[in-house]
Ligand binder design. Structure first.
Ligand code: NDP
Length: 243
């Protein structure tokens, strides 16, 4: 695969892990389409830094949980040249609360962003990937989807569900040369991780530090490469030894 011939769509690419993934994939030569939900200025900055590094980037703004908005935005992307062969389902939100006081809206926003987002964004691209006999689908799950975490019943359910979807879709698509994997980060220094709890969290990590968004991005870029062609249906942890 020549990276210039395979475009990548990264959801939630305007900051944090998604931004780092977009920059990494662009740095190895993939044209990158950066999705985001709200923050236009942040998304424009990501596009500008990809272009400043000699890469190619475009932006697409939609809420991954909104099926109609995703369909409308993706329809022209299905004719993108080069075709989109890499999808990184990274968009995610956390709304932590202990279960007795967890609001229905928080349950729905978190599960819909992760699970409906995966479905809405991924499904339209699958048959085109099947026709081309090449594809990479990389889902950003979480250590919270593997082990429980107080205050994250909604988030853990969503991220564990994404792992189930990853494994099943991997077995559906394996014969078509399309790999589907999940990455399960531990605590990574981004806006999502509450600064007030970071010190406590670091004490639980055997490496005694947070991960960086670029460390996750390098793993994603490896999974997107031809070097990872025989890896599918896997959940790969990146967590400083936490689990
Ligand atoms: P951030 O909160 O820093 O960034 C989230 C990104 O997702 C932003 O670009 C945001 O766009 C976008 N986004 C949020 N909701 C939607 C939506 N409905 N539709 C489209 N885009 C959306 O998060 P992180 O970078 O930390 O997290 C990225 C992924 O990694 C998430 O799935 C998260 O669950 C997972 N993860 C993070 C860990 C961590 O410690 N940071 C640990 C384990 C997993 P905008 O700014 O426009 O709203």
């Amino acid at each position: 695969m020549n990276p210039q011939d395979v475009a990548a769509l990264v959801t939630g690419g305007s900051r944090g892990i998604g931004e780092a993934v977009a920059l990494r994939l662009a740095s190895v030569g993939h044209p990158v389409i950066v999705n985001y939900r709200a923050n236009d200025a942040a998304a424009e900055r990501v596009k500008a830094s990809i272009e400043a590094g000699g890469g190619s980037a475009s932006l697409t703004k939609f809420d991954v949980a909104d099926a109609d908005a995703v369909s409308a935005a993706i329809e022209p992307l299905l004719r993108n040249a080069p075709p989109i062969g890499i999808i990184v389902n990274n968009a995610g939100v956390a709304e932590d609360a202990l279960f007795p006081v967890l609001e229905r809206e928080s349950w729905q926003r978190v599960t819909r962003t992760t699970l409906d987002g995966f479905f809405n964004v991924t499904q339209p691209f699958v048959m085109p990937m099947v026709s081309r006999r090449w594809g990479r689908i990389i889902n950003i799950s979480s250590i919270s989807g593997l082990v429980g975490n107080r205050g994250q019943v909604n988030y853990s359910a969503a991220k564990a569900g994404l792992i189930g979807a990853t494994r099943s879709l991997a077995s559906e698509l394996a014969r078509r040369n399309i790999t589907v994997n999940a990455v399960a980060p531990g605590p990574i220094a981004t806006d999502m991780l509450s600064k007030e709890h970071a010190d406590e969290i670091v004490k639980l990590v055997p490496m005694r530090r947070l991960g960086t968004a670029d460390e996750v991005a390098q793993l994603v870029a490896f999974l997107a490469s031809d070097a990872a062609a025989y890896i599918t249906g896997q959940v790969i942890g990146i967590n400083g030894g936490l689990a």
